[in-house]
Design a protein around this ligand. Structure first.
Ligand code: G3H
Ligand code: ZN
Length: 279
């Protein structure tokens, strides 16, 4: 069933666990994520980035995700991840996502506030919740000059006050993608942010972070964790292995085993995030 992340994250914040936000761009990945949530009796956030939904087929793919979520016995929120413009967020709100992220983290603070506020005003009027970002969580494969810009607690406070955003993604040394090395999370900074911020906090770049660090981050206020790269790696590895056998040619013989591979990755994350049996 579809449940707003407003409800999912409030409960996670109160009970000290995190809801996993898993990216999808195709049917098998969606099936694997949803199956894991059902098996673990866990709430989840099913999300697409701009690039993913554009690849997957915009309305057509979103509608299929929505049907999966509606028919599932798990609690699922549908989120636009890393929306880069007002227009993209507006499209997502108009087409039925129940939360959107507007990522103005590469802008100046004032520009980020202005864009995020514009999205919040539009989304809130239509009962859709919004995630903003402070600090920069780089993607080494995309960003030429990789720089980590950590969130400043005072700026976080100002950003929330001026925009009315519902959730805040914070840069605390976390990094997106593969080959990220061993990101060192700045827990002192997270603690300071948590002391001044009273809305749910989000950790991006959730792949490859040790379970210990994940649990520590959750104990310090993180209640949504985004995971994408570990799903992509598992997908690509499984596909390569399956295609080694040249006799396997039926699309469903090639693709079906991937559901289970994705399900396993998501199950493990749910275990670490502590959201098992939280429905
Ligand atoms: O928004 C999506 C994520 O932050 C995922 O990060 O690809 O490092 O898991 P990741
Ligand atoms: Zn992200």
């Amino acid at each position: 069933m579809i449940v707003s992340s407003q409800i999912l994250l409030k409960k996670a914040q109160e009970d000290h666990y995190a809801v996993g936000a898993f990216n999808t761009s195709d049917l098998e990945i969606t099936k694997g994520i949803v199956a894991a949530a059902e098996e673990m009796n866990s709430p989840i956030i099913l999300q697409t980035s701009e690039g993913e939904i554009k690849h997957a087929g915009m309305e057509i793919f979103f509608d299929s995700m929505k049907i999966f979520a509606e028919k599932s016995k798990a609690q699922i929120n549908l989120n636009l991840d890393h929306g880069k413009s007002f227009e993209m967020c507006k499209w997502a709100v108009d087409n039925g996502y129940n939360s959107v992220m507007i990522d103005g983290s590469k802008m100046s603070l004032d520009e980020n506030i202005e864009l995020t506020k514009q999205v919040v005003d539009y989304a809130h009027e239509r009962s859709v919740v919004v995630e903003g970002e402070i600090g920069l969580v780089p993607t080494p494969s995309k960003d030429e000059n990789v720089r980590i810009l950590k969130a400043d607690p005072i700026e976080c406070q100002k950003f929330i006050e001026k925009t009315g955003v519902d959730f805040l993604a914070v840069g605390i040394g976390n990094v997106h993608g593969e080959n990220k090395g061993n990101p060192v999370l700045d827990f002192d900074r997270l603690k300071k942010i948590f002391q001044v911020v009273n809305i749910p906090l989000v950790l991006h770049g959730g792949s490859g972070i040790s379970s210990e660090d994940i649990k520590k981050a959750i104990s310090m206020g993180i209640c949504k964790i985004n995971v994408n790269t570990e799903l992509r790696l598992a997908f690509a590895k499984a596909l390569r292995e399956i295609l080694e056998d040249e006799d396997v040619i039926k699309p469903y013989d090639i693709m079906e085993p991937i559901d289970d591979v994705i399900k396993e990755v998501v199950r493990k994350k749910i275990e670490i995030f502590g959201s098992k049996n939280k429905i």
